[in-house]
Design a protein around this ligand. Structure first.
Ligand SMILES: *Cc1c(COP(=O)(O)O)cnc(C)c1O
Length: 431
């Protein structure tokens, strides 16, 4: 399988696509075609385990670049937690993606990416650079923690992540360094890009990016769409997925699953007020905007990076786009009301991101009269957004032990202003 840049100027193998993350022409890597799974796979799907599904799907994308034994070992390590489809109501299920070490869905992608980078770097020392607005950084840190030869630098905006998120970024020690930048997330992302393209740094070190652009984060996110079918197919109804979306990596992985043969009836891209994609599907014009702050802040994205991948999947055809994806945007007020209603009516606690996805299902159900199973992707444990959830529900959220453990540790970070030269100096001199 070859990997090709969305801007068409670079063609390479999976190893280079993963180690480089961003193509030389500035595009994102895509497989040259989406592989198909055979009918036997789909017939046996309800009897497969999550790990077996992960192995079969990953093998299609990785081909002979890794042995079956090595891949199996990696998949078993990555998917060592549950991803249950939990019933909320008669026809709505929550696919809980948050049972991993940092309790957000980004664990799935980040853990797989970390192991693939470690595998393909063959023990050569590497520096991994990640800018984060919150959840990505901790999932990446968790994935790489203790991996020999790999140093991870996480750039995060000072004072703009939640107290718990900050603890999840800054308490690892060892090979994980937290750089606290006195600026915005966009500043962090710009600094990360500058580091990755700096000639001197690239001569001194092998650098790579751990941001969501890496194809190794996308591939494993397609596993759980199959897994949801394995759990819910027996209900005998068409399945609709609602995906709470920011950079649209999660949704793009779902589109991969469908192109591989999974009979998904409909995808719903649910967003907060950062509505670039819903607007695009409405008007046909793509207009990036500065991001707006909302209570579902992991989706506060004004220029979704995976738009480029989705365009390439749909051959730049808006009509094709519209056929596969319904997209709606919701306000914070609607999100809060839904969190309250679902708690009251079904005794299920949604986090703000999951609530946006729930709203997407409701809206789609209103529009169409058919009988579906709606699956919302619940991307974070409510305790990750404890301040918001407690404020909305007016009740105490129990913090799981896994998260509480971070709170007990001591923060360690290095502070910087938004100044590339001082960050660069740190990278060169840091031991
Ligand atoms: C990152 C994130 C999202 C958005 O996922 P994308 O793949 O960027 O669309 C949604 N919810 C949570 C909790 C996240 O951390």
């Amino acid at each position: 399988m070859k990997y090709i840049s969305t801007r068409q100027q670079q063609e390479t193998n999976i190893k280079t696509a993963i180690l480089k993350a961003l193509a030389d022409d500035g595009g994102l890597f895509m497989p040259e075609y989406i592989p198909q799974l055979d009918s036997q796979f789909f017939e046996t799907l309800p009897n497969l385990t999550l790990q077996e599904i992960g192995f079969r799907v990953a093998k299609e994308f990785l081909g002979r670049s890794i042995s079956a034994d090595n891949l199996k070992e990696i998949i078993d390590e990555v998917l060592n937690f549950e991803i249950p489809a939990v019933k909320i109501s008669e026809n709505i299920y929550s696919l809980e993606l948050f049972h991993g070490p940092t309790m957000a869905f980004k664990d799935v992608g980040a853990r797989f990416m970390a192991r693939m980078i470690s595998y393909f770097s063959e023990g050569k020392p590497m520096k991994v650079i990640a800018a984060t607005s919150g959840d990505t950084g901790s999932a990446v840190a968790s994935g790489f923690f203790g991996v020999p030869g790999i140093e991870v630098y996480i750039l995060y905006p000072k004072g703009k992540v939640s107290p718990l998120q900050e603890k999840q970024l800054t308490t690892w020690g060892g090979n994980i360094k937290a750089l606290e930048i006195d600026g915005t997330f966009d500043d962090c992302q710009a600094l990360a890009k500058q580091i990755l393209s700096d000639e001197e740094l690239n001569q001194k070190f092998t650098l790579t990016s751990a941001n969501s652009i890496n194809i190794a984060r996308l591939i494993p996110q397609s596993f759980y769409y199959f897994w949801a079918f394995a759990q819910l197919q027996k209900l005998g109804k068409p399945i609709v997925f609602s995906v709470p979306s920011g950079n649209f990596g999660n949704l793009t992985a779902g589109l991969f699953a469908k192109k591989m043969g999974l009979p998904v009836h409909q995808f719903i891209a649910s967003t907060n007020e950062n509505d670039v994609i819903p607007k695009f599907l409405e008007t046909g014009n793509y207009e990036a905007k500065p991001s707006k702050q909302t209570i579902s802040n992991a989706m506060d994205v004004g220029n979704p990076s995976n738009f480029e991948r989705m365009k390439s999947l749909f051959n730049n055809d808006v009509v094709e786009f519209k056929k596969e994806i319904e997209s709606y945007s919701f306000s914070d007020e609607e999100t809060k009301t839904t969190m309250r209603n679902v708690k009251k009516e079904f005794d299920y606690t949604l986090d703000p991101h999951g609530a946006v996805a729930y709203l997407g299902l409701e809206k789609y159900f209103e529009k169409s009269n058919e009988d579906f199973i709606g699956v919302l992707l619940e991307t974070a444990h409510p305790a990750k957004f404890v301040e918001v959830v407690e404020d909305v529900l007016k009740e105490e959220i129990v913090i799981p032990e896994k998260l509480e453990a971070f709170n007990k540790k001591e923060k360690k970070s290095v502070g910087f202003s938004v100044d590339f030269e001082s960050v660069k100096k740190y990278l060169i001199e840091e031991k």
